[in-house]
Every structure is written in C-alpha cells, then in structure tokens.
Design a protein around this ligand. Structure first.
Ligand code: AMP
Length: 312
C-alpha cells in the first residue's frame, strides 16, 4: 500500500513525571505519537532522526503497526530528549529540559521517499526544518498540517510565522495560541492565526477537548471524561494523528469530515492519556476503537430541539 500520510517530527526518548508516576527514556516524540495514532486510520510514513542510543524496540513498535520507517535517519549523536513534568493541572506540560542532540543535524529527505504525499503533517519540530521540507517538495501536497509549541514560538517566531503562511491546518495548544497571537480570548486568537495562513485552526484544550475553527464555523470536540488519566504526554500528537489519518483516508477537508475527524482525534487522545508513554496506543484492537467511538457518540449525541418545542 502506498503511503498517503507523511509525518515529519521528533522521535524522542522522554523522561516524564506526573502525579501518578514517572518514566525514564520512554518512547515518544511528536512524529512517533502521531504516526502510531494515524496508523489505525490510514497508511503512514514517519520521517525523523534517531541517535545511536535509540532502542530497537521503538522502531519495532512502528513496524508492528505497519508504519513506513524508511524516512527515519540514524545519527551517531544522541537521540532527541525531552524532560517534562505535569502537576495536577494535567493540561499544561512543564518542560524541564530539551536536549536537541541529533536534531541539530537533521536534514529530512521527505521528497526522496515521498514526492507526492496526500497529506503532509509537519509535527512539532524546528520551524526552519518545517520550511525546508516544503521548499524541497516538487508539488504542494493537497493538505499540509502543522503543529508547534512554546519552545519554538519563543526561540524561532519569525521562522514559524513564515512557515504558517504555507500550511492549511494548524494544531496548537490554547496557551501556545495565546503566546503566538498575544490574544487572551481564544476565539480572537484563532481568528488571528487564520489570518496568518492556515484556513483551519484546531485549538487543543487538554481535558476540555478541542475547538476546530474553520471558514464559517466552530466545532467543539470533547475529551472523554476518564477515571484514569496517567500521562498526557503525546495526547496532542495522538489527536493530530487520528484527525489527519481520518481526513487523509476520506480526502476531504470540508466541515462535515472535519467534525468527524476531530472526534477521531479525541478518541485517539483518550487512549493515549490512560497510560504512560505509548502504552495506551501501541496495541489497540478494532473492537476497543469501535467501543470508544460509541462512547463518544453517547457523550455528544443529542437531538437538536427548537425553542418552539418547549412546554410551558
Ligand atoms: P504532545 O503531544 O504535545 O504532548 O507532545 C509530546 C511530545 O513532544 C513528547 O514525546 C516530546 O518528545 C515532544 N517534544 C517535546 N519538546 C519538543 C520540541 N521542542 N520539539 C519537538 N518535539 C518536542
């Protein structure tokens, strides 16, 4: 099967502490989480870089989901590493340390392996790298999505603004949307971002779900109220993987598909946060996904009523 969705981002080893435990050198990274999640919905290839300390298990997890890993380069330096912490406010990750390591010499060869992806997801990574990838592609893919974070907004805002002009869809956390635009109000922040380039803005609000802003409307996709939330790391990338996997498989960006796709994003994020690292998403059965989809149906389904129907 040819690869329809290409995801470029970090393949990482994460040290994460939450109120419910901690993990060291856990498999992670934006492209890793995104690729794993998308693999349940479409054919996906991951483009990234790993160091000489990267465990073979990480690649086996991707291969086990039939993710195309030809675009993962190996470096003689150390793997990109992130140390993060969550307090009881599990919506906000506190970055303790970012070790760029081999990311500093990453020169992704997207066009070489995938000259014509249907969807390109520039997951969270250096915006200069994101821009270079677009420069090198012979044809603009039908759908280009981008994700970023506070680290890059603070350190490379000009590069980020340049690449934003060239993408169709942005996924971003609420605090990062505020940081990027200087607008506290999220509706105004989303409007400002849409004026910067992307026609569709997906605002991720952690346990409060996501808001999807598109031409002519806003859609709210809830997060599933879960009794057990262990580790929010990767929730955003899992959300994006589900959203884009679904959009790619249906080859549409119209509002109806966007709404379905954002629910798929919430479904995948709900699996991610229930365990540490990729334990929640690495091995999902179709029965589990179907039953989670039904739970979302029950959570959100309501019959539209008109005011005239009220009983006095
Ligand atoms: P999220 O889905 O937003 O929770 O992203 C989690 C992943 O982002 C972790 O697995 C990290 O390895 C990765 N990450 C952290 N900082 C950065 C960064 N500055 N650039 C790219 N990826 C990062």
């Amino acid at each position: 099967m040819s690869t329809k969705l290409v995801i470029v981002g970090t393949v990482a080893l994460d040290d994460v502490t939450t109120p419910f435990g901690s993990v060291l050198r856990a498999l992670g990274g934006s492209a890793f989480y995104g690729g794993l999640s998308a693999s349940y919905w479409t054919s996906v290839g991951v483009v990234g870089i790993i160091g000489n300390d990267y465990p073979e298990e990480g690649l086996n997890v991707l291969k086990g989901r039939s993710v195309d890993i030809r675009g993962i380069q190996r470096s003689e330096e150390k793997t990109f590493g992130w140390t993060g912490e969550y307090t009881y406010d599990m919506n906000t990750a506190i970055t303790r340390e970012t070790r760029l390591n081999c990311l500093l010499s990453f020169n992704p060869q997207v066009a070489e392996h995938y000259p014509r992806p249907e969807t390109l997801f520039l997951a969270n990574i250096d915006p200069d790298i994101q821009g270079r990838i677009l420069d090198a592609l012979p044809v603009k893919p039908p759908l280009i999505a981008l994700d970023t974070m506070n680290y890059w907004i603070e350190s490379k805002k000009d590069s980020l603004l340049r690449v934003l002009k060239r993408v169709d869809l942005l996924t971003i956390n609420e605090s990062e949307a505020r940081m990027l635009t200087g607008q506290f109000n999220l509706v105004l922040a989303a409007r400002t971002i849409r004026e910067m380039g992307p026609k569709v803005v997906v605002l991720k609000k952690g346990e409060h779900g996501a808001l999807v802003f598109y031409e002519g409307g806003i859609f709210a996709s809830p997060a599933l109220p879960l009794e057990v939330v262990k580790d929010p790391t990767g929730a955003g990338d899992s959300f994006a993987g589900g959203l884009l996997g679904y959009l790619t498989a249906h080859a549409h960006l119209d509002p109806e598909f966007l709404k379905q796709a954002s629910i798929i994003g919430s479904v995948m994020a709900s699996f991610c946060v229930s365990e540490f690292g990729v334990e929640g998403t690495r091995n999902l059965s179709s029965e589990l996904i179907s039953s989670r989809l039904r739970e979302f149906g029950d959570l959100t389904g309501f019959r539209k009523i008109s005011y005239e129907e009220r009983r006095l």
